[in-house]
Write a protein that binds this ligand. Structure first.
Ligand SMILES: C=C(O[C@H]1C=CC=C(C(=O)O)[C@@H]1O)C(=O)O
Length: 471
């Protein structure tokens, strides 16, 4: 049995500023930061990594009874025998990683958690709290870069192989991706991209996993699974159109997307899959028959929220494994589509489209699908994005759709919203940044998706010490 001591206390700091200050001393860094709701966890250092939470026991110390927060970043296809890109190779294969420090914003408040394998020395907690409080306001920096364009001809070959497999009846849908190399004018830090994603116009959940000098980050709109007690949520996300350059334009494009049979069929594969998984592992399953629209800064998606109550004995990890990958990132049937991707994609995706998130000591937590992401080191980065292909898909249209999706991770290089450096201009396509207008739209879409999330009661009382086995 591993014994973990978690001391948690409230702090009156801005957790992003505090993270930016404290991160200098830590090579391991973890972020799961929902821009829309107070579900924000920023971890530094590694206290311990565990293969399972079954053999861990936590002792909760300090004024706030917050169970320890473990991060978990998982590869898209962990069994793929092809070697991953060399930057991904740097990351160890660890399941549950508990940071030494976690800065938290959730329903319990703004918190500082210090984790240790022995009782936490109070002086250490106070030192981190003092530093967090004194953190200066962060600043955004624009990082000039160029993209080494990938070839449309190579993409057409990938797409032809996918369409051929569809024509032969081996798969009904497949979701191939493109990978692009980015070269910046000078080396940049994980902090710079993180701050631009958090403070910029990208919508969704910001992810970061840094190990030594290499880091993986991005901002994904796709929730894979969220668990609070027995309440479970997921999201069927597939089918894309541009964001549009005005509200009128956006609504017109959204209406066209809703009426488009190809996009609707791409979407329906995901709905059927998630409904089937939920019907097997849950009760009170609620998956509407009609999708809505999830408007983002650069694109819009067809989106169907999925809710259910978990059967007793089923945990978040097993739900994550049952749900991932969905047909939104692999295809249908999922196993056949994964095999096809191993064959037709000229690289191993690593964490791109993997399940990344956190689990706390009560067994609650969430995983998102790591879309709109890249892996970075020094002045180099590899960016990834994919698209759903069904019978009748057109290679050039899908290539352009991926360009639009790439704009989200490229926004991590802009110190100002709408900043358009000469270097980045050539890679940008039609969709424009929409700032606050799209913020409001996103808020309402996510509200409808996550309406049942606020189930954890905030409990804070003075110097409470709790023991518990981690589920
Ligand atoms: C695979 C990606 O997006 C998925 C999620 C939303 C819409 C998608 C689509 O319309 O193709 C994809 O299924 C990606 O962003 O790399």
């Amino acid at each position: 049995m591993t014994r973990i001591f978690s001391h948690t206390r409230p702090i009156e700091a801005d957790i992003v500023d505090a993270f930016c200050l404290l991160q200098k001393g830590f090579t391991d860094q973890f972020v799961y930061y929902d821009k829309q709701r107070a579900c924000r966890y920023m971890g530094l250092g590694r206290c311990i990594a565990l293969p399972t939470l079954d053999d861990a026991e936590s002792e909760l110390e300090g004024p706030t009874a917050q169970p320890p927060v473990f991060f978990s970043f998982n590869r898209f296809d962990a069994e793929n025998p092809a070697p991953p890109d060399e930057l991904f190779e740097a990351f160890p294969r660890l399941k549950f990683m508990l940071p030494e420090i976690v800065l938290i914003e959730n329903e319990r408040g703004t918190l500082l958690q210090v984790n240790s394998l022995g009782p936490v020395y109070p002086g250490r907690i106070e030192r981190f709290a003092r530093q967090a409080l004194a953190a200066p306001a962060r600043r955004r920096e624009t990082i000039p870069y160029r993209i080494e364009p990938d070839s449309r001809a190579a993409w057409r070959q990938v797409l032809d192989a996918g369409l051929h497999a569809i024509a032969e009846g081996r798969v009904e849908k497949v979701v191939p991706s493109r990978r692009l190399k980015l070269v910046a004018e000078h080396p940049f830090s994980s902090k710079d991209l993180l701050v631009n994603l958090i403070d910029g116009s990208a919508r969704g959940t910001v992810l970061l996993y840094r190990y030594a000098d290499v880091f993986f980050c991005g901002c994904t709109p796709e929730l894979l699974v969220r668990k609070r007690g027995s309440n479970l949520e997921s999201m069927c996300l597939a089918g894309t159109c541009p964001a549009g350059s005005s509200e009128e334009d956006r609504m017109r494009l959204a209406a066209e997307l809703m009426a488009d049979s190809k996009n609707r069929s791409e979407h329906d594969y995901v709905v059927r899959f998630i409904r089937e998984v939920f019907n097997r592992t849950c009760h009170d399953v609620d998956v509407p028959s009609e999708p809505g629209i999830l408007p983002l800064t650069h694109v819009q998606h067809l989106c169907t929220p999925a809710r259910a109550r978990l059967l007793e004995g089923v945990d978040l990890w097993s739900m994550m494994e049952d749900l991932h990958p969905t047909p939104a990132v692999a295809g249908t049937p999922v196993g056949e589509a994964k095999m096809l991707l191993r064959r037709i994609e000229p690289y191993n995706r690593g964490f791109f489209a993997g399940a990344c998130g956190y689990v706390d000591g009560d067994g609650d937590g969430e995983f998102s699908v790591a879309l709109r992401t890249g892996v970075f080191d020094g002045e180099i980065g590899w960016l990834y994005a994919g698209c759903g292909v069904v019978a009748g898909s057109d290679a050039d249209a899908e290539y352009d759709e991926i360009d639009m999706k790439l704009m989200t991770i490229l926004s991590a290089f802009s110190g100002e919203d709408g900043a358009d450096t000469a270097a980045s201009r050539s890679t940008r396509s039609a969709a424009a940044d929409e700032g606050s207008r799209s913020e409001a739209r996103y808020a309402s879409a996510i509200d409808c998706i996550s309406g049942t999330a606020e189930t954890l009661a905030g409990s804070t009382n003075n110097q409470r010490v709790e023991k518990g086995t981690i589920r």
